[in-house]
Design a protein around this ligand. Structure first.
Ligand SMILES: Nc1ncnc2c1ncn2[C@@H]1O[C@H](COP(=O)(O)OP(=O)(O)OP(=O)(O)O)[C@@H](O)[C@H]1O
Ligand SMILES: [Mg+2]
Ligand SMILES: [Zn+2]
Length: 511
């Protein structure tokens, strides 16, 4: 008898429908065809053991299983339950009545219980689009899948549950969509800016960065608070919108990194990979492509602490995704794409000993060492960072002062306001949410400056020796500064502040 069951294969962050056809006939051999990898092939052992745990026997017949379409690679153990359901149905143990209405997936433990699969959110979205009534998943996957409206999501604990469900002998728990979780969580904060004493100008730079989604680099001696400041950035970023959260949760789900307690991610990601990370870990890749840190940070922050410690090659491969806001991983037979729209935050010391430009301590680096150190960060990478700030250590009397600074919540209010202006400005552009994401042509349109402004930039560029590439950055930044100021026109005052944030472009740094 030939039966069909349904599941999905992941391709990047998308799910592709796979039909599992099972045919059982007299004979003895087990065939699994349709480009399965080794983990899928090993499912036979897991299915045998899971079935015997509930007193059922793997049929001693000729079993042919075809996973179609054959040109898509099927990887991992998440097809166990689909295959088992097909085999049981071909034996007549499971009724085939509902098999074409529901997607059923999960990894089987040897004792017959179900373990979660990757990419449940993408699968659920696609299952709904493909016209399925619902999905039967391991419980861990159900919260995120239930986000998809109009799709029934049932949790099965074991293969026994799956059998009973399709035979309509037991009702499984149906998970429902509940936005309450999401709205409550998006407001929660962690570490607060009010803990940071002094550093008003650096805090202001962070406010500008967060308001426009600009990349920022902090340069300063050890202990000046760079790491401390960067960790407080998520607390002032605007709340996750539902659409952004869906995008980011999908990526985490595909990477098998979802927190199963939540339906959707409620906070923007803050990823802080170690400087020893490989290029594959950072931008994604591998024989079975996986999203990297820059994609896990999608719609949030990628923090590269101690930037010059990263391998130069690794930093070079970051350039393209930072520009394109997506990563393309190419393999011989296919390529996949992962979104990667991040705010990059980087920190570094100004020189190897750390004390170049320190107000009290002396730099002991040999001549030329400072320049060499700075050159580890290539021009094209710096070019993608809108804001450069020098962080100098705060004085002792400031550190010991009892006075609390402004809270993250207060700062965030201004940022939300500035972002609202941007949302309105860009509402006809599908994936542009903030000023940092403007293309060159949008820049011309939305960042017009008057004659006075033009003169100001020209003088500044000559005087400070700013490179030509700084020009566009200054325009973008001044747009954000004007937005924070609630102004539609960019005024010389806004430009003047933006010019300050290009210190690393100045010729002569490290001479
Ligand atoms: N402005 C500040 N207000 C309050 N505490 C501060 C401030 N600056 C530094 N500190 C204290 O100093 C500690 C060290 O700061 P942090 O680790 O952020 O420095 P850093 O600039 O990242 O140094 P490194 O270059 O060595 O990584 C912080 O954990 C904090 O306790
Ligand atoms: Mg640090
Ligand atoms: Zn030094």
């Amino acid at each position: 008898m030939l039966v069909k069951t349904h599941c999905y294969a992941l391709h990047g962050i998308d799910a592709i429908h796979v039909t599992v056809e099972v045919n059982i006939s007299p004979g003895v051999k087990f065939f699994l065809v349709g480009l399965p990898d080794n983990a899928v092939k090993e499912s036979q052992q897991r299915i045998e053991s899971a079935l015997s745990s509930i007193g059922l026997r793997f049929p001693g017949k000729r079993i042919i299983i075809n996973m179609a379409p054959a040109d898509i690679r099927k990887e991992g153990s998440s097809y166990d339950v689909t295959l088992a359901t097909g085999i049981l149905s071909a034996q007549g143990i499971i009724s085939d009545k509902l098999l074409n209405d529901y997607v059923v997936m999960g990894e089987l433990s040897l004792d017959g219980s179900l373990k979660p699969v990757k990419g449940a959110l993408s699968i659920a979205i696609q299952a709904k689009n493909d016209g399925f009534k619902g999905v039967v998943f391991p419980i861990e996957n159900c919260k995120e899948a239930s986000v998809v409206e109009g799709l029934e999501v049932y949790s099965a604990e074991s293969i026994r549950d799956v059998i009973d469900f399709f035979n309509q002998e037991k009702e499984l728990f149906q998970h429902k969509y509940d936005l309450f979780d999401f709205n409550r969580e998006t407001d929660a904060f962690g570490e607060d800016f009010s803990d940071v004493k002094g550093q008003e100008s650096v805090k202001r730079a962070f406010e500008v960065a967060a308001a426009g989604g600009h990349n920022i680099i902090l340069v300063g001696p050890p202990g000046s608070g760079k790491t401390m400041l960067a960790k407080r950035l998520p607390g002032i970023l605007p709340p996750f919108t539902l659409g952004e959260s869906l995008e980011t949760t999908k990526i985490h789900s595909v990477a098998g990194k979802t927190d199963f307690k939540f339906q959707l991610m409620t906070k923007r990601p803050f990823r802080s990979p170690h400087s020893s990370s490989s290029d594959a870990a950072l931008i994604g890749g591998g024989a079975y492509p996986q999203p990297g840190e820059i994609s896990l940070a999608h719609n949030g922050v990628l923090f590269l602490d101690e930037l010059p410690e990263f391998k130069r090659f690794v930093l070079e491969v970051l350039r393209q995704p930072l520009e394109d806001r997506k990563v393309t991983v190419s393999r011989a037979r296919f390529s996949v794409e992962y979104p990667a729209s991040v705010m990059l935050v980087a920190s570094m010391n100004p020189c190897p000993c750390g004390y170049y430009s320190h107000p009290e301590k002396e730099c002991v680096c040999p001549a030329g060492a400072v320049k060499k150190y700075m050159s580890r960060i290539s021009g094209p990478l710096l070019d993608r960072i809108d804001i450069h700030v020098e962080v100098l250590p705060v004085k002792f009397n400031q550190l010991s002062s009892e006075q609390k600074g402004e809270t993250s919540k207060e700062i965030r209010k201004r940022i939300i306001k500035a972002r609202e202006l941007q949302a309105k400005r860009f509402d006809k552009y599908p994936s542009v949410y903030c000023n940092a994401q403007m293309s060159a042509s949008m820049l011309q349109h939305y960042c017009k400056i008057g004659e006075k402004g033009k003169m100001l930039i020209k003088t500044a560029m000559q005087k400070l020796g700013l490179s030509a590439r700084a020009y566009d950055r200054i325009l973008k930044l001044s747009r954000t500064i004007a937005d924070l100021d609630g102004k539609e026109t960019i005024e010389p005052l806004h430009l003047a502040e933006a010019i300050q944030y290009r210190s690393l472009d100045r010729e002569g740094w490290g001479n």
